[in-house]
Design a protein around this ligand. Structure first.
Ligand code: AP5
Length: 193
């Protein structure tokens, strides 16, 4: 199964993608995680991306697409994937269409997690306190939300226009949200206990 998970910063994409990876046996492909790994490793790409990420802006489409293509070629993605954090603008959505057409692996589902802005701030403030992610300070969160509204919200319209988008309420416990996503995928959540 090949899925795009859309949603604002803090909407729960990473949290839910990790659960979906377990539930569906597909790869969790987070462009944010891939970029943070490059930053941590001090690669040339990571050095180019670091300041852009800390400013809450988008890293260049070309860099992210190259990274994504390499990741989709890894063995765990053969069974399918959940894209978390990609596409983030309409140019990336078109590039993804072209890449997946070339690979003969079109998308099956596009899910958008809906969470209101006040709760996004609360969640990211919680994570800032717990984990100290450098782009979770209030000023950068505001900038990330601006970038989301200006550049990523049109991606929602892009997929909605082709009838491919399913909206899921992202407010509730992690299990409740997972159940809603699984229902939107036409699956039943199975969990231990
Ligand atoms: P990225 O890492 O993708 O960050 P983001 O989209 O801002 O997403 P977050 O990780 O903040 O939120 P999330 O929706 O994954 O929520 P999470 O599950 O973590 O990107 C970072 C940067 O990298 C970008 O700003 C950009 O610079 C660059 N980048 C990445 N992709 C790019 C691309 N394609 N093109 C260009 N640049 C790119 O949850 C958040 C918190 O809430 C956690 O603490 C979690 O525990 C908690 N939480 C989650 N669900 C619930 C729940 N149901 N109830 C209570 N708490 C919850």
């Amino acid at each position: 199964m090949r899925i795009v998970l859309l949603g604002a910063p803090g909407s729960g994409k990473g949290t839910q993608a990790a659960r979906l990876r377990e539930a569906l046996g597909v790869a969790h492909v987070s462009t944010g995680d891939l970029l943070r790994a490059q930053v941590a490793a001090g690669t040339e790409l990571g050095r180019a991306a670091k300041a852009v990420m800390e400013a809450g802006q988008l890293v260049s489409d070309e860099i992210v697409l190259g990274m994504l293509e390499a990741r989709l070629g890894e063995p765990d993605a053969a069974a399918g994937f959940i894209l978390d954090g990609y596409p983030r603008n309409v140019a990336q959505a078109r590039a993804l269409d072209a890449l997946l057409a070339r690979l003969g692996r079109p998308l099956d589902h596009v899910i958008q997690l809906d969470v209101d802005e006040a709760l996004l701030f609360d969640r990211l403030a919680g994570r800032a306190a717990a984990e100290g992610r450098r782009d979770d300070n209030p000023e950068t969160v505001r900038q990330r939300l601006r970038v989301y509204a200006e550049q990523t919200a049109p991606v929602i319209d892009f997929y909605a226009a082709r009838g491919a988008l399913k909206r899921v309420d992202g407010v509730g416990t992690i299990d409740e949200v997972l159940d809603r996503i699984m229902a939107a995928l036409g699956k039943t959540a199975v969990r231990a206990g």
